[in-house]
Design a protein around this ligand. Structure first.
Ligand code: SF4
Length: 512
């Protein structure tokens, strides 16, 4: 893979054949993906949909010693207010003196749509560089400047001559794609073009002294572990513990990193992803451009996934025996720890909604506890979820809704399936709370989900929420959902249409 010569990466619908609309069984979904027809379907009606501009901010707003200048109308990226606390707290876990989240918006208005927004962008860059003295200024470009033809790349190239900060354009206009996860490619594209640098080869001209040898040994045992915005510090601590147990060092990228971390990235021996949806663009390019090998397979949630993930990393360093010893010890401890939860959780029925990698990975913990997975809803679907099914049993007939947002489908589906528990993406839980269901967030900045300690913590919290369901029952009594009874009588996948099928008029569900 090599798209680095382009100003922006291709969208995922083209690069990966990503699908954003599907309703059927898990078996049918996986077959469609294998046959390459997953991205043929679309919706005749769309209630809400994700925007890649806002998702790109999840990564950009986490960078240390950086300022984000959102080039667009003031509303684009206003959701950043919700990540102010997490951004500052997590940055200070890396560096106690780190600044919190600093962002500006060029506030394009109707006049700028006619006259262009380039001057406002120049002014914002000068101000950010002078006022905050950051190492990096990232400029995510929203729909309006992309549509009116602002030449942001040229503006940034010209401004780079007069600014101390490294300027990085991020081409992430929301209208370009319905596969919101393209945002990760947009950010990594900017990072690869402007922050990742070839190592200084001058060191090869001088004889190795002891310090060089020690450093080289350290590097040969160091992995770049790629985190995601939904990971907590406890998740990071757990994965680092497992890698240290097999004598490996960890360098965290990209969230909460600074420019220097990216510059150092090329000296590590291996790139390790926990999520193909998040990282494939970055680590494939590091392999193509710099020859660094990578591991990209399963997300280490659930004991089988965690063991598989650890063994794949260990194999690269010929440390499989040591990794297996760690796995055996952890398995025994988890077995003993799970015993207290099994009687209360056995046969409870669960629906999971959120990122497709995460929901399928989390299902492994549920089956391990004797619970039943009865439905999935994933943001999109492509090949990266496939390896996770190896850890699951009997899910071929489980329904799978592929939908970025589209809450009306989830509401209908959940009402039919009648789960005992809903595990869902942050922001989706309010809907099922109004259906009276106990909820567990799919991720959270203060909770542990990954590795062995994460499996234990998920089990502990599921038992607690199932034992305390009264609050959401009260919410359901007093906070009705906005859909009419006639919508619930329809197939939840009623509006998913194959492209080849003729489309009639698409009535709004609330107006049926
Ligand atoms: S879709 Fe376009 S206009 Fe809307 S928030 Fe995203 S970038 Fe801004």
């Amino acid at each position: 893979m090599n798209y680095i010569g382009l100003n922006s990466p291709p969208v995922r619908e083209e690069r990966l054949g990503t699908g954003i609309a599907f309703g059927g069984t898990t078996c049918e979904l996986r077959c469609a993906q294998k046959e390459g027809c997953i991205n043929r379907a679309n919706r005749a009606f769309s209630q809400t949909q994700g925007c890649q501009f806002t998702l790109s901010l999840g990564m950009l707003n986490s960078l240390r010693n950086a300022v984000t200048i959102m080039h667009g109308p003031i509303g684009c990226g206003a959701c950043s207010i919700g990540s102010v606390g997490t951004s500052q707290t997590f940055k200070r876990l890396r560096d106690p003196n780190a600044e919190g989240l600093v962002w500006l918006n060029t506030n394009l208005n109707e006049t700028d749509v006619i006259a262009g927004g380039e001057n406002k962008l120049r002014e914002a860059i000068r101000y950010a560089d002078r006022e905050f003295r950051p190492e990096v200024i990232c400029v995510p470009i929203s729909c309006v400047p992309s549509l009116i033809g602002d030449d942001v790349d040229s503006v940034l190239a010209e401004m780079q001559k007069e600014t101390a900060a490294t300027l990085i354009p991020i081409h992430c206009a929301g209208f370009k794609t319905k596969a919101m996860a393209t945002a990760y490619d947009d950010v990594y594209h900017g990072v690869l073009r402007h922050l990742v640098e070839k190592p200084d080869r001058r060191e090869d001209l001088v004889p190795d002294d002891l310090r060089d040898l020690r450093q080289k040994y350290q590097d040969s045992r160091t992995v770049n572990l790629l985190n995601v915005g939904s990971m907590s510090r406890q998740d990071e601590t757990e994965l680092e513990r497992l890698l240290k147990a097999i004598d490996l060092n960890v360098r965290w990228l990209p969230c909460y990193s600074d420019a220097e971390d990216f510059r150092q990235a090329l000296s590590s021996a291996l790139n390790v992803s926990i999520c193909g949806t998040h990282d494939d663009y970055f680590i494939e390019h590091l392999k193509t451009l710099y020859g660094i090998p990578f591991v990209i397979d399963v997300m280490p949630i659930g004991r089988r996934n965690t063991a598989r993930w650890l063994l794949q990393i260990a194999e690269h360093f010929d440390l499989q025996d040591r990794a297996q010893q760690v796995i055996d010890v952890e398995d025994r401890e988890l077995d003993a720890a799970f015993e207290q939860f099994r009687p209360a959780l056995k046969d409870k029925r669960v629906f999971l909604g959120g990122g497709e990698i995460r929901v399928v990975a989390t299902a492994e913990i549920l089956q391990d506890l004797g619970m039943k997975v009865i439905g999935f809803k994933g943001h999109h679907y492509d090949r990266f979820a496939e390896p996770l099914f190896d850890s699951l049993e009997d899910v071929d007939d489980v329904l799978f809704d592929v939908a970025t947002q589209q809450p009306f489908e989830q509401i209908n589906l959940v009402r039919r399936l009648k789960p005992d528990l809903y595990i869902g993406h942050t922001g989706g839980g309010n809907l099922s709370a109004k259906q009276g269901l106990p909820l567990l967030p799919l991720f959270g900045p203060t909770y542990n989900y990954m590795g062995y300690s994460g499996a234990f913590d998920v089990a502990r919290r599921i038992r607690r929420v199932l034992a305390n369901g009264q609050f959401n029952k009260k919410i359901a009594q007093h906070c009705p959902l906005p859909y009419r009874a006639s919508w619930y009588e329809k197939d939840p996948f009623h509006y998913i249409k194959d492209r080849q099928e003729p489309r009639g008029p698409a009535p709004h569900p609330a107006g049926d």
